[in-house]
Design a protein around this ligand. Sequence first.
Ligand code: AMP
Ligand code: MG
Length: 401
Amino acid sequence: MISVEEAQRILQENSVEPRREMVGLDRACGRILCDNIVAPEPSPRYTSSAMDGFALRCDDCTIKQGDPAVLEIVGESQAGIPFDGEIPVGGTIRISTGAMLPDGADTVVRIEDTRESDNQVEILGVVSFGQDIRRSGEEFQQGDPLFTAGCRLGARELALLAAVGLHTVEVYAQPLVSLLVTGTELASPDDPEILSHQIRDSNSIMLQSAVQEAGALLRDRYHILDSFEDTREAIERASACGDDVILCSGGVSVGRHDHVKDAALAAGFSELFWKIRQKPGKPLFVCRKNDTLLFGLPGNPVSAFMCFNNYVGPVLAKLQGIGSVHRSITAKAIERVENKGKRTNFIRVLVENKPNEMAFIKEVAQQGSHMLSTIVHADGYIVLQPGETLKPGGLIEVFLF
Ligand code: AMP
Ligand code: MG
């Protein structure tokens, strides 16, 4: 049995360089940018009006002996149809929001501050030079830094890329994953005739969703009975596809019907480790063949989830250029929490937030590794080493789900 830290170190040493790919913006949501990006053009691209109104020369608007300036309307600049030419002294054009400011104009007066008659417009109120204009490059100039490598692309980032004409981006490829769920006792969740000795397969959808949440792609999914031959054959089939990760569920313990470890070795994988001094998730088995890592997750749903969270998630993240996946906060214990065992304990906790106070944690009452509801109701977990005690009021790092 190895320690949690040793297992993490071995996985770190066996990490594979992430692959890159160019994708269109419509496939880039949620992906991680490979390189820094500078602005290929300024924003705004051209000087335009911020209002619906009139574009004019500010000098023409000086109020003479209390009379408002009256300007000749000589044309229009519409969004998408600019005014062709320069506005003359004493002249103005109608302009819409976002429309290009014509040569000669330096100021916009909004419709509400004007009175129109025939082909003339009276400018009411005081006009200041340059008002209601959006200047080219006022947001950023060509060559200014826009994005940092490692940034996750979401709606806001994709909009900005589109706005500057970057319609494809280089992102890290999504890791490919196969899922092999073992267990002769398993029935499908939609099986109406489940027998009394069967259990519903919840790991399939849990792990499939966890893979999705981690940004990876589930390439294939197999359900196999607890048979050495079937398990070996499924592992061989999956490994022939060159996936980054093969996830197995169940069959990694010491029982007579646990075949994943031997089947993986027979399929040409080399063991990296088996069994970690941790609770839950002791029997985790990890092996490697070429660039494919196989994780033999324990079948108990809570153990499978915690092992995915602690070991598989970081590997999938690293394959996409993401450094850290765990969000954590510091919180206070309400009650005493202790680890009386001999293994590192991942204790599921509830987090209670009160405004302007440090969050409190409470141990989830039931910690059984077969009790799925307990991780649904928990907000995260704390890590306690063997013999470690957390006293009431003591501070601890909470890793949030
Ligand atoms: P195993 O690791 O195969 O010995 O399984 C340990 C426990 O987890 C057993 O009680 C199994 O019935 C349960 N289990 C195994 N696979 C699944 C699954 N896919 N969904 C839900 N529970 C499972
Ligand atoms: Mg089993």
